[in-house]
Design a protein around this ligand. Structure first.
Ligand code: NOJ
Length: 563
């Protein structure tokens, strides 16, 4: 018996919407809430229980909403508060919760707090941000050696004030000074605003960055991007701030939270998501990045050959460490990474590998998140020119590698594999111009493979990746074993197989995933008899007679259950 305490958010699965590219309801080339309203039945039919919206707030779009200019409103490009309420009610009527993105590490430089902090330096708003004198006057030397994650130095100089402001991300994303109690009051007021409106919880953007080391000391000098991160990642005051938000607002409202946490380890995560001193944990879930680094080093752009062993190690350590103590947030795609089929699967075996990857993570212990388009197996786009890319992070890398002599053409090839913009191409709804996303010019190119890969085609094909996702989520709902069962990995040292089992109240499940085309001999692990089990999933037709070992087909996945 496991000692896991049941909770609705442990049983749910979540669909992530990146609004600009999901569905364009007013046909202006930009996704919006009219589009979401039309697609609520589609989302519900996938079998999810909640929607997480990437930022819907007014924003000058330097980071598409992650630079928020007004926390209590909706971007006019997406609709207004009235339309949002209709979407919220529509989701609730269908039994789905709604989770908002909460971006409080920084605001937009268009936010009125920031404008006042700059225009009225005597006002209380000046201390809402990190304004500091440089080491030399006249903008000749910034306060320290920190480098931003998105745009050169982490400090931007203002001549009128002869001061710099801190931006760990883009210049248009000044960092909030969370050590200022007034800023924390603002955060609590934002939380209350959305909870009062009826939302169910928050995905908290880079939440472990919200405290900066006192004195803002220099960072470890060698890092070319994000230098100084040891002084802004997971510092002790983060927990004090989260405690305040939890106790004063989230607990009373019953608000759910999932915090994004770059650099997170299972041991540290437990300090945030495990109940301590009988109190509500600081967060319910955390998004860590370890399993997203099986083909890269720290960022997607620093590519490494895919290592299945690295992937398995990351998944298994979180499965082991969280069991009975915390809870996993399971994901393989979001708006910050290229499409998973291009990374850990194979576009040549799109259907087989897309299905295998889905089963691989959804059947683990935790709350699964599915990113828009993932459910139909969308893949990376190929762009011809640099000016077709739009993202501040892509251009940051370009500006850096250019200094080392990389030519534009070569960079475009690199970005065609590594940019997070692959996740941001408009969702392909049908085999029609612009993939049925809109008639107008779409804000970002639609992947030309829309005639083959689109929702309408996936609906019509009972063997599609879409139907596979639906079946997996349904199976998870019907089997507490998948939600609350224990996890054990098998054949850890295999370089082409990922096999694990789950066990709960006398029932067992065995998940066998093949990474690659090459045939491999799979033998049932000790104690498992495939001839006695029921094959509940397979991305190829099941064998006529089950045997206790088999030779795998390309990217084959089989799931067996014993009751
Ligand atoms: C993490 C978000 O997921 C990403 O999209 C964004 O650019 C940064 N935080 C900055 O807000």
């Amino acid at each position: 018996m496991s000692n896991i305490k049941p909770a609705w958010w442990k049983e749910m699965s979540v669909y992530q919407i990146w609004p600009r590219s999901f569905a364009d309801g007013n046909n202006d080339g930009i996704g919006d809430l009219h589009g979401v309203l039309e697609k609520l039945d589609y989302i519900k039919a996938l079998g999810v229980d909640a929607i997480w919206f990437s930022p819907l707030y007014p924003s000058p779009n330097c980071d598409y909403g992650y630079d928020c200019a007004d926390y209590k409103n909706i971007h006019p490009e997406y609709g207004d508060l009235g339309l949002f309420k209709q979407v919220l009610d529509g989701a609730h009527e269908r039994g789905m919760k709604v989770i908002m993105d909460l971006v409080i590490n920084h605001t937009s430089d268009h936010h009125e707090w920031f404008v006042k902090s700059r225009e009225e330096p005597e006002s209380e708003y000046h201390d809402y941000y990190y304004w500091r004198k440089g080491k030399k006057p006249g903008g000749k030397k910034p306060p320290n050696n920190w480098l931003s994650v998105f745009e050169g130095k982490a400090w931007e100089y203002n001549k009128e004030l002869d001061e710099y402001y801190l931006h760990v991300f883009a210049k248009g994303q000044p960092d909030l000074n969370m050590s200022n109690p007034k800023v924390r009051e603002e955060v609590k007021s934002i939380l209350r605003f959305w909870l009062e409106l009826g939302v169910d919880g928050f995905r908290e953007d880079v939440i472990t960055y919200i405290a900066k080391r006192e004195g803002l000391p220099n960072g470890f000098p060698l890092l070319p991007i994000g230098r100084g991160m040891e002084h802004w990642t997971s510092l002790p005051p983060v927990k004090d701030y989260l405690r305040e938000f939890q106790d004063e607002v989230l607990t009373p409202y019953g608000g759910f939270t999932v915090g994004e946490a770059p650099g997170m380890t299972p041991k540290l995560a437990k300090e945030y998501i495990t109940a301590q001193d009988g109190k509500q944990p600081l967060l319910d879930l955390m998004f860590h990045f370890q399993h997203m680094e099986a083909d890269c080093f720290m960022t997607d752009f620093i590519g490494l050959p895919f290592s299945l062993k690295k992937l398995k190690k990351a998944f298994s350590s979180w499965q082991r460490e969280m069991f009975g103590e915390g809870w996993n947030a399971l994901y393989i795609e979001n708006h910050d990474h290229p499409r998973i089929i291009n990374r850990y699967g194979s576009p040549k075996y799109r259907e087989a590998s897309g299905k295998m990857l889905a089963a691989m993570y959804i059947l683990q212990s935790g709350t699964p998140f599915i990113y828009q388009g993932q459910e139909i197996g969308m893949t990376n786009i190929t762009l011809d020119r640099l000016d077709q890319f739009k993202d501040v992070a892509t251009f940051n890398v370009y500006n850096l590698v250019k200094k080392f002599g990389m030519k534009e053409e070569r960079f475009v090839k690199l970005a065609n594999r590594k940019s997070r913009e692959h996740a941001r191409t408009p969702v392909q709804w049908k085999d029609a111009p612009n993939g049925g996303f809109c008639d107008a010019e779409p804000w970002f190119p639609v992947n030309q493979n829309y005639s083959e890969i689109n929702v309408e085609a996936a609906e019509a094909d009972p063997n599609s990746i879409l139907h596979w996702y639906r079946a997996l989520l349904q199976f998870r709902k019907e089997n507490p074993l998948v939600i609350y069962g224990g996890y054990q990995e098998h054949y850890k040292s295999s370089r082409s197989l990922y096999a694990y089992s789950r066990e709960h109240e006398g029932k067992r499940l065995l998940v066998v995933c093949t990474f690659g085309e090459k045939p491999v001999q799979f033998c049932a692990p000790k104690g498992f008899d495939l001839t006695q089990g029921k094959q509940v999933f397979g991305n190829y037709a099941p064998p006529e007679t089950q045997t206790n070992s088999f030779v795998t087909k390309p990217w084959e996945c089989r799931v067996y259950m014993w009751e």
